[in-house]
Write a protein that binds this ligand. Sequence first.
Ligand code: COA
Length: 182
Amino acid sequence: MTNPVKTGLLQPRPGFLTPIYRELRPLEHYLLRDHLLRLSPESRVFRFGSPVSERLINSYCRNEGRPMPIICGAFIGDTLRGVVELRFDRSLPRYFAELGISVEDDWQDIGIGSRLMELALRCARDNGIARLEVNFLPHNVAMRRLAWKFGAGFSHQTGLTKGIFTLKDPNFAAVAGSKRPQ
Ligand SMILES: CC(C)(COP(=O)(O)OP(=O)(O)OC[C@H]1O[C@@H](n2cnc3c(N)ncnc32)[C@H](O)[C@@H]1OP(=O)(O)O)[C@@H](O)C(=O)NCCC(=O)NCCS
């Protein structure tokens, strides 16, 4: 059955604030912290795979000593209500990234996660990322559904499920308008 709220948000109607989806500028990365702190304890567990304190979120968002992530968001009004992060690891090649995604509780299940995934996969291709992984708890039905919908393969490790996206045609040059042979 069609979810009327989902349909309503995807097809903007008077009285509804339409989410704006876009990549955050590095100067806006600080917005991530408040978004993560607004998640319910359950959503935080789903996001990080275990309970995380405010202190840990602060430290995660400082991102000290780690490569700068790519962060895309869904803004409703001025507030960042949904986020997808592409994170890099210094010990791994740059074409490999880990994805983390979160939508604030009151805004879940109305299509925002799906739009963020679309944006993340486009950004990943634009940045030459060939392999993207998302780790989640096995009973995280929404994340499993989302990963499956966007073509992930799955592997199972102790306590976690890994969704793997293989991006066959990273197309950053084409998107940038390059005439270089693809
Ligand atoms: C996972 C998450 C990002 C999905 O975001 P969302 O905005 O709810 O996603 P959508 O509304 O686009 O829904 C995606 C799919 O999941 C399904 N879904 C959403 N919430 C669900 C729920 N609670 N139970 C079952 N299915 C659910 C939707 O029906 C949809 O399936 P469909 O496209 O076949 O209709 C969101 O639930 C969330 O932030 N969870 C906490 C953080 C987290 O789990 N992160 C993942 C690990 S990094």
